[in-house]
Design a protein around this ligand. Structure first.
Ligand SMILES: [Zn+2]
Length: 69
């Protein structure tokens, strides 16, 4: 038995810390202009290289016609 139980609470109930919900900041998205989404049609079927121009284009590596549109 401890003296604390005699009516003198030594351990105060900890004050509930106010829960501050932090605002969920949306991830900063840099406007990529949808470039990554449009890269697939630019992939050469022959060698897998990425065409530098929009299809229809000629692959810079194997000179194959890149036209996946
Ligand atoms: Zn190619």
């Amino acid at each position: 038995m401890t003296d604390d139980s005699t009516g003198r609470p030594s351990a105060r109930p900890r004050e509930a810390e106010p829960y501050e919900p932090q605002p969920h900041e949306p991830e900063p998205r840099e406007p990529a202009g949808g470039e990554s989404a449009c890269l697939l049609p630019l992939v050469c079927e022959e060698c897998g290289a990425l065409a530098e121009a929009r299809p229809p284009a000629v692959c810079w590596r194997c000179s194959a016609l890149v036209d996946r549109a």
